[in-house]
Design a protein around this ligand. Structure first.
Ligand SMILES: C[S@@+](CC[C@H](N)C(=O)[O-])C[C@H]1O[C@@H](n2cnc3c(N)ncnc32)[C@H](O)[C@@H]1O
Length: 372
C-alpha cells in the first residue's frame, strides 16, 4: 500500500500533467491564504501525501507563519518527507500525522479549519463515499472556509454530481478547472451555509482496493482508444461565432466610458452586448459581448495581451486537444463556470484567443444593446 503511493508521487517528477494539476491546486491555496482574515489560519489536508501542494505555497507566502496545519497521511515515508520539508522551511506549526484520514478522529483538535484540502481522494473511493464526504465537510469547516478538491473527469464523469453535492451541502463554487489534454480537474468551493458541529468517529471514506478504484479503471479504459475518439470529435469541433471582444484595462470603467463618450458604444458599466438577429424572423440568435476587463480577469497569456477576441466554439475540449496535437500554444487549464467552459490559446503571431463553449441551455442576456 505504502510503496504504491510512494511510486505514485514519482509521477510528479516525470509527468507534466500531475505538475499542471499541482499548479492549479497551489494557485487555489494561494487565493485562499490571500483572502484569509488576519490571525491564525487553520488548514487540514486529508490524504496529504508528502504535502508538497501546501508546503510549496507556504515556502513563499507572507501568511506562512499564521498557518496551523494538520496533514493526515497514512504512508510513514511520505509523512516523514513532508515533516523534513516543513522543518527545513521553519514551519513549526505544520504537523503530519500518520492516521486514517477517512475517520474524523484524525482531525481532533485541528478543526474547524479555514482551508480543507481533499486532493487525490475522490478517484480512489466509491461514489457513495464521495457523496458522504462532501456532505460531512461542513463539520470540518469554520465559517467561510474554502475546500479544494480534485477528481478525474474520466467517463462516467462524476464531477457534475460532485459540484451539485457541494452546492447542496452549503458551498458556493469558487472555481472549477480542468487541465487541458488530461482528465484531471480541480474544484474549489466556499462554505456559505452554516458550519455544522464536528464529531469524532465519523467514517468519511475508505480507499477501495486498487483494481476497483474509479481512477484505475478509467486509466485502463482511456488507454483503449479515447485518443482516437477525441481525434474524431476534434474534426467537428470549431468556432461558430465571435462571443466577445475584450480590452484589458487598468481602469476598466473609465476606459469603457471613453468608448461610450467618444465612439457612442452602447456601454452599460463595462459591457456592451451586441445582438445577432436572424435575417428571416428577426429574433435574437446570439450575441457578442464587448467589454473592458481588469488585468486579473482573464488569462492574458505569456506575452500579456492587451486585447483578446473570444470565439464561441463547438466542443471546446476536442478543439483544444486538436490544437495541442498540432503544436499550438494552448493554456494548461480550462475554466468552467455557469457561463460555460473557457480555454485559451495563441495564434502563430502570438495573439491571444479565448475559446468559449456556452452551456447547452445557454440564453443570451435579457437586455440587448443593439448597434446599427
Ligand atoms: C493520490 S495520493 C494524493 C496525495 C496528495 N493529496 C496529492 O494530491 O498529491 C493519495 C494519498 O492518500 C494516502 N492514503 C491512502 N489511504 C489513506 C487513508 N486512509 N488515510 C490517510 N492517507 C491515505 C496515500 O498514501 C497517498 O499518499
Amino acid at each position: 500500500m505504502v510503496d504504491e503511493w510512494v511510486a505514485w508521487h514519482r509521477r510528479y517528477d516525470r509527468r507534466g500533467d500531475l505538475l499542471r494539476r499541482l499548479d492549479v491546486v497551489q494557485a487555489r491555496i494561494r487565493e485562499a491564504l490571500d483572502a484569509a482574515r488576519p490571525g491564525p489560519i487553520r488548514v487540514v489536508s486529508l490524504c496529504a501525501g508528502d504535502g508538497r501542494d501546501l508546503l510549496g505555497v507556504l515556502a513563499h507566502h507572507p501568511r506562512a507563519r499564521d498557518v496551523r496545519a494538520r496533514l493526515v497521511e497514512l504512508s510513514k515515508e511520505l509523512a516523514a518527507r513532508g515533516r523534513r520539508r516543513a522543518r527545513s522551511l521553519g514551519l513549526s506549526r505544520v504537523e503530519f500525522v500518520t492516521e486514517d484520514a477517512g475517520l474524523t478522529d484524525a482531525l481532533d483538535g485541528a478543526v474547524p479549519a479555514d482551508l480543507v484540502l481533499v486532493c487525490g481522494i475522490f478517484g480512489n473511493i466509491a461514489d457513495a463515499d464521495v457523496r458522504s464526504t462532501v456532505r460531512h465537510l461542513p463539520e470540518l469547516c469554520a465559517p467561510g472556509a474554502t475546500v479544494i478538491w480534485t477528481r478525474g473527469r474520466f467517463p462516467p464523469d462524476l464531477t457534475t454530481s460532485i459540484r451539485r453535492w457541494f452546492r447542496a451541502s452549503g458551498f458556493a463554487e469558487r472555481s472549477f478547472t480542468s487541465v487541458t489534454g488530461t482528465t484531471m480537474s480541480i474544484g474549489s468551493a466556499r462554505l456559505v451555509g452554516r458550519p455544522r458541529r464536528y464529531r469524532s468517529g465519523v467514517r468519511l471514506f475508505t480507499f477501495l482496493p486498487a483494481p476497483e478504484r474509479p481512477s484505475n479503471r478509467a486509466r485502463a479504459r482511456l488507454r483503449r482508444g479515447t485518443a482516437r475518439g477525441a481525434e474524431r470529435r476534434g474534426e467537428r469541433a470549431r468556432a461558430v461565432g465571435v462571443g466577445g471582444i475584450f480590452l484589458r484595462a487598468r481602469e476598466p470603467r473609465r476606459l469603457a466610458r471613453w468608448y461610450r463618450d467618444r465612439l457612442g458604444v452602447a456601454v452599460e458599466g463595462q459591457v456592451a452586448d451586441l445582438t445577432w438577429l436572424s435575417p428571416r424572423a428577426g429574433h435574437r440568435v446570439g450575441h457578442t459581448v464587448w467589454a473592458t476587463l481588469p488585468d486579473d480577469d482573464r488569462d492574458w497569456g505569456p506575452r500579456g495581451a492587451t486585447a483578446m477576441v473570444n470565439y464561441r466554439v463547438r466542443d471546446l475540449e476536442s478543439l483544444l486537444y486538436r490544437l495541442r496535437r498540432d503544436g499550438v500554444n494552448v493554456s494548461p487549464t480550462i475554466e468552467w463556470s455557469a457561463a460555460g467552459k473557457f480555454g485559451w490559446a495563441d495564434d502563430p503571431e502570438g495573439n491571444r484567443l479565448e475559446l468559449w463553449e456556452p452551456p447547452r441551455n445557454y440564453r443570451p442576456p435579457e437586455r440587448p444593446m443593439p448597434m446599427e
